[in-house]
Design a protein around this ligand. Structure first.
Ligand code: CA
Length: 274
């Protein structure tokens, strides 16, 4: 393994970006080695020095401050910790939200007294689990994802946490699931929605979530700072453009009141006006 921290870091994040874009790209370096590098980074920890497509930990905080924040604020239940640790070994672990963001979302859900939630983009289930644990016993969640493989990990943890009966998982393109909910009369019935699926469809998810959320309900949209790529005019790939366009649109959208919170990779909160 390479031992010069900066090179190691740059290599890891470059490779992560490459694999995220196209898992079939051949770099001559085995996936296991990348995972090992990433594990090393997660344990020894450093702030990324190059732009990856997304970041797990809160952007822009020096690592020692970030570690302090975690040490004096995180009250992560064991089940969430176990899921986070298992996902850390996953080649796409960068898609998981950070513990401070999960705890923040759980607090929002509790503050609202939310009973019914949408999770758009499940991956291995951290966001759905943290939100479902914050819902009351009779709370319900509709979770959307296209991957049986990733959500099989999520389902295992939902079962262990005893909240599986709160979650109705739909394995299908989320747009189809959300349209079905609208057709079935679920408009204005959800309290909270978390959007964290493919970025190219973010606006489609936002529009549908806005229909499904009740007046006064909250939509949380993840990765809105996209590791800073949205603020770099030299970067013009499709996903960056889509996130940038949605940020601009929501800024002007008087159907909602908003706050863009620089937690994790950026989280926009949009409350549907009453
Ligand atoms: Ca995310």
């Amino acid at each position: 393994m390479l031992i010069i921290p900066n090179i190691e870091l740059r290599l890891s994040f470059c490779l992560d970006s490459l694999f995220y874009l196209n898992p079939s790209i051949s770099t001559g370096i085995k996936q296991k080695d990348i995972t090992n590098l990433k594990c090393f980074l997660d344990k020894e920890t450093c702030v990324p020095t190059i732009k990856s497509h997304m970041t797990k930990q809160t952007l822009g905080l020096e690592n020692h401050i970030y570690q302090y924040l975690l040490s004096v604020s995180i009250r992560e239940p064991d089940i969430l910790k176990k899921l986070r640790e298992e996902t850390a070994n996953h080649p796409r672990n960068i898609m998981q939200i950070s513990p401070e963001q999960g705890q923040f979302m759980a607090l929002l859900v509790q503050l609202m007294g939310a009973k019914k939630a949408l999770d758009i983009g499940v991956f291995t289930g951290y966001s759905s689990l943290v939100v479902a644990l914050a819902l009351p016993p009779a709370g319900k969640m509709v979770a959307c994802d296209v991957s049986e493989e990733y959500t099989s990990i999520a389902r295992r943890y939902w079962e262990q946490a005893g909240i599986a009966d709160k979650i109705d998982l739909h394995i299908a393109p989320a747009i189809a699931t959300l349209d079905k909910l609208i057709t079935e009369g679920e408009t204005d019935s959800f309290d909270f929605a978390f959007i964290d699926a493919d970025k190219s469809s973010y606006d489609d998810y936002y529009e549908r979530a806005l229909k499904l959320i009740r007046p006064g309900g909250l939509i949380a949209i993840d990765n809105v700072l996209w590791s800073g790529r949205v603020a770099d005019s030299q970067i013009d790939d499709n996903r960056t453009k889509k996130i940038r366009a949605l940020n601009k649109k929501i800024h002007q959208d008087d159907r909602v009141t908003i706050s863009m919170v620089p937690i994790g990779d950026g989280l926009t909160l949009a409350r549907k006006r009453e």
